[in-house]
Design a protein around this ligand. Structure first.
Ligand code: UT7
Length: 337
């Protein structure tokens, strides 16, 4: 395929040359969660598709997970760390308030040439990051980038709230993008959206400048993620369908031309319901939430890595990455792998 996107074929494209993921060894199964809060494996499985999630220990941080995933992606790409030009870490559970998680990844990898930053767009963070890096590579300004999604959501989870604690897990995924002048392959199109009016649907309010760590919190629950599950559920389906339809129209793609939809893994029911509305058959939709839960910005690159390694996508296939999350934010990338 050699699609003209908006009548424009860039001189260069951002091609995926490496991918990798990492999850902490410790897991928490639904049956174990059912001993902590009033829930059951049956309720969690039927409502979300989740069976277990990976959990970091006190010694495992977001930068650690990010670095482990990055090492695998760099090995796959056969890219020397000294040649990395950009490192972006998409995360809402950063290593510290500052410096960025990406600074720690750079330091541990020894990627001295790179300039680095974090991107906070919650579950859409990785898809946003690919879209930003795509611009730098297509313009010819940079030749490669390491893009990572890394989260330790279980560190901001309220383990007494059964409506949210069943959902989240920890992990990281990474992708190496490199400049190519083979106009056929790479990220063909990205679309990004936000709606700050609906910020309350999903949030974690402490400890930023509104509720600083230096002042006692009137509501101690503000240190945890708070979600309006129903609202997110409905918005997520609506926005995923809208975004994927827009991408297909914009790139003149048909369902037959799509090999795989890799969605942010927030709830198997949301992904299945959106896919049904898009007339995408089950074999064209990758779901791996059962083992990971929702890992926010890490979920798309973890799913991408697993999808390739399980042989479900191969070079030349057209893939849609789509995500929806806090902000609210949503977006998609169309990629010829
Ligand atoms: O990536 C974005 C972040 N993700 C999200 O924000 C999640 C999006 N939303 C969802 O995935 C779903 O809305 C949930 C999985 C959170 C909830 O599923 P639901 O089908 O929308 O359930 P519900 O909130 O309507 O609750 C149904 C019932 C309620 O009981 P009553 O009022 O019918 O008696 C809840 O109290 O299920 C009860 N319930 C539970 N029962 C057992 C809520 N959580 C649990 C639980 N175990 N963990």
């Amino acid at each position: 395929m050699n699609k003209l996107i908006n009548g424009r074929t860039p001189l260069y494209r951002a091609v995926i040359t490496g991918y990798g993921s990492f999850a902490p060894a410790k897991t928490l199964k639904n049956e174990e969660l059912a001993k902590m809060v009033d829930t059951s494996d049956e309720w969690i499985t039927t409502r979300t598709g989740i069976k277990a999630r990976h959990i970091t220990t006190d010694n495992e941080s977001s930068a650690f997970l990010a670095t482990e995933a990055a090492k695998k992606a760099l090995a796959e790409a056969n890219l020397d760390v000294g040649d990395i030009e950009i490192i972006v870490v998409a995360t809402i559970t950063p290593e510290m308030v500052f410096p960025s998680t990406a600074s720690f990844v750079q330091r541990t990898l020894g990627a001295k040439k790179a300039w680095v930053f974090d991107l906070a767009a919650a579950c859409t963070g990785f898809v946003y990051a690919l879209s930003i890096v795509q611009q730098f590579i297509e313009s010819g300004r940079f030749k490669n980038a390491l893009v990572i999604g890394a989260e330790t959501l279980t560190k901001i989870t309220d383990w007494t709230d059964r409506t949210s604690c069943i959902l989240f897990g920890d992990g990281a995924g990474a992708i190496v993008l490199e400049q190519s002048n083979d106009g056929r392959r790479g990220i063909l199109y990205s679309t990004m959206h936000s709606d700050g009016e609906r910020w309350e649907a999903l949030n974690c309010q402490a400890y930023g400048s509104r509720y600083p760590v230096t002042k006692p919190l009137a509501d101690p629950k503000k240190i945890y993620m708070q979600i309006n599950g129903r609202e997110v559920y409905q918005q997520a389906i609506r926005r995923i369908v809208e975004t994927v339809n827009h991408c297909m129209d914009h790139c003149s793609l048909t369902i037959d031309e799509i090999t795989m939809l890799i969605s942010h893994q927030m709830n198997a029911r949301i992904i299945e319901s959106a896919s049904k509305r898009l007339n995408l058959p089950a074999e064209k939709v990758f779901i791996n939430i059962s083992e990971y839960g929702n890992t926010s910005a890490a979920s798309v690159p973890i799913a991408f890595d697993e999808c390739v390694r399980k042989g479900k996508i191969k070079r030349g296939d057209i893939i849609i990455l789509v995500a929806f999350g806090a902000g609210l934010t949503w977006g998609a990338n169309i990629i010829e792998f």
